[in-house]
Design a protein around this ligand. Structure first.
Ligand code: RB5
Length: 363
C-alpha cells in the first residue's frame, strides 16, 4: 500500500510520527512540506491528487487543526477527507464515510495520539450498505452536470442503482480473481436486475381477470415496443440477461472502432430493427468511460429514426456521463455503479478493467 503524506509548518511536528507509524505497513509518498511557513492548500492538492489518480491508496494530511487540509483536499475529485482528531471520529469516518484521506491537527493532537488515531482508521473497514448509497450520492454530486431526477421527456436522468443485490454483484465483477465464466454470468444477472428500473415508465392498460375467487382489475403492458442495442463487443454480455425479462424486445447491433489518428469512434457495423422509431431503445455498454462510443452509438440510433433512446451501463465515470449528456441531453442514463474518475489510460477507477476482455477471456 502507498500512503500520500503531507503537512504544512503547523503540522510538521506530527510528520515524523506519521512516517514512523507507517514503517513496515506502507510505502510513504512524501508530498512535502517542511517547517518553513507555507500554504496548506498546495500540499493538500498534491497529496489528494496522488490518491485521486491512483498513485497512492490513502492520504494523511497535517496542518494546525486538520481543517484547512480537509477543506482543500475535498476539492479534488474522488476525495473524502475529514479532520479526525480523536479515534472515534476516525473509526466512524472510515466505517460510514469511507474516508480515503485523514487530516490531523498538529496543534490539537500529540504524535502519540496521532498514531493511535491512524491505528483505528486503518483497522476499520467501510460498512457499505446504506452508507455506500450515501457515499454514492456524494460522488454523483461531484459532477455538476449530473442530474438525478427529472420527469420523462425532460432533461435526461442519471439513475444510479443502489440496490443491495446489484451492489453485491458489482463487487464480485470488480474482483480481478472472478473467473470468465462467473463474470459472464454476473453481467447477465446484473443486466437482468436493471430491467426492473429501466422499464419503470412503461405504460399499462387496464383489463379484468377472473381469479378463482373473484373478478378483479388487472394490468397489462400497453404494447410499447422495446429494442436493445448492444455496442460490440462488450454490450453483448448484457443482452441475454435483459431478454430473459423482456423476451419480445428486438435486438440491434452497433460496432464502432476508434480512428487511430483522430481517436473518434467510427461505425463499422449497424443493424437495427426496421421499426426502430416506434420502439423505446436501450443502448447497452457495460463501461461508460470517456463516453465517446456511447454518445456515437446513441447518435447512430437517432440518425436511423430512434426517438426515445436510453443508455444502460454497469459502471460509469462522471466524465462519460458528462460527454453523453452534452451530446444527448434528453437521454436517460442507467448505471449500476458510479465510479470516481478515469485514469490516464482512459480506464475507469476503480472500475473492473476491460469488460470485453473479461467477458470473452481474451486477455
Ligand atoms: C497555519 O497557521 C494554520 O492556519 C494551518 O496550519 C491550518 O490549521 C489551517 O487549517
Amino acid at each position: 500500500m502507498i500512503v500520500a503524506v503531507g503537512c504544512d509548518h503547523a503540522g510538521f511536528a506530527l510528520k515524523s510520527a506519521v512516517r514512523e507509524f507507517f514503517e513496515g505497513k506502507a510505502e510513504v509518498l512524501d508530498c512535502g512540506l517542511t517547517e518553513t511557513p507555507a500554504d496548506y492548500p498546495d500540499v493538500a492538492f498534491a497529496a489528494a491528487k496522488a490518491v485521486s489518480e491512483g498513485r497512492a491508496e490513502i492520504g494523511v494530511l497535517m496542518c494546525g487543526t486538520g481543517i484547512g487540509m480537509s477543506v482543500a483536499a475535498n476539492k479534488i475529485k474522488g476525495i473524502r477527507a475529514a479532520a479526525c482528531n480523536d479515534a472515534e471520529s476516525a473509526r466512524l469516518g472510515k466505517a460510514h464515510n469511507n474516508l480515503n484521506v485523514i487530516c490531523l491537527g498538529g496543534r490539537v493532537v500529540s504524535p502519540d495520539q496521532a498514531k493511535a488515531i491512524l491505528d483505528v482508521w486503518l483497522a476499520t473497514s467501510f460498512e457499505g450498505g446504506r452508507h455506500l448509497a450515501r457515499v454514492n450520492k456524494i460522488a454523483a454530486a461531484e459532477s455538476s452536470t449530473l442530474s438525478t431526477g427529472g420527469e420523462e421527456g425532460e432533461e435526461g436522468r442519471v439513475v444510479v442503482f443502489n440496490h443491495p443485490l446489484v451492489q453485491h454483484k458489482i463487487g464480485m465483477i470488480r474482483d480481478k480473481n472472478t473467473s470468465v465464466k462467473e463474470f459472464r454470468e454476473l453481467v447477465q444477472e446484473i443486466a437482468g436486475l436493471m430491467v426492473y428500473e429501466i422499464t419503470r415508465n412503461l405504460s399499462l392498460s387496464e383489463t379484468s381477470v377472473e381469479t378463482p375467487v373473484a373478478s378483479t382489475t388487472a394490468y397489462t403492458l400497453a404494447g410499447k415496443k422495446l429494442a436493445v442495442v448492444p455496442v460490440l463487443r462488450a454490450g453483448l454480455g448484457m443482452v441475454d440477461g435483459i431478454l430473459q425479462i423482456i423476451p419480445n424486445a428486438k435486438v440491434g447491433h452497433i460496432g464502432l472502432y476508434r480512428n487511430p489518428e483522430t481517436l473518434d469512434p467510427v461505425e463499422y457495423y449497424c443493424k437495427l430493427p426496421q421499426d426502430i422509431g416506434e420502439r423505446d431503445v436501450f443502448v447497452l455498454d457495460p463501461m461508460l468511460a470517456t463516453g465517446g462510443s456511447a454518445a456515437a452509438a446513441i447518435s447512430l440510433v437517432k440518425e436511423r429514426g430512434g426517438q426515445k433512446v436510453s443508455l444502460v451501463c454497469l459502471i460509469a465515470a462522471p466524465e462519460g456521463i458528462k460527454k453523453v449528456h452534452a451530446a444527448h441531453p434528453e437521454a436517460d442514463i442507467f448505471i449500476a455503479a458510479l465510479d470516481s474518475h478515469l485514469n490516464d489510460h482512459g480506464y475507469i477507477v476503480p472500475g473492473l478493467g476491460d469488460a470485453g476482455d473479461r467477458l470473452f477471456g481474451t486477455k
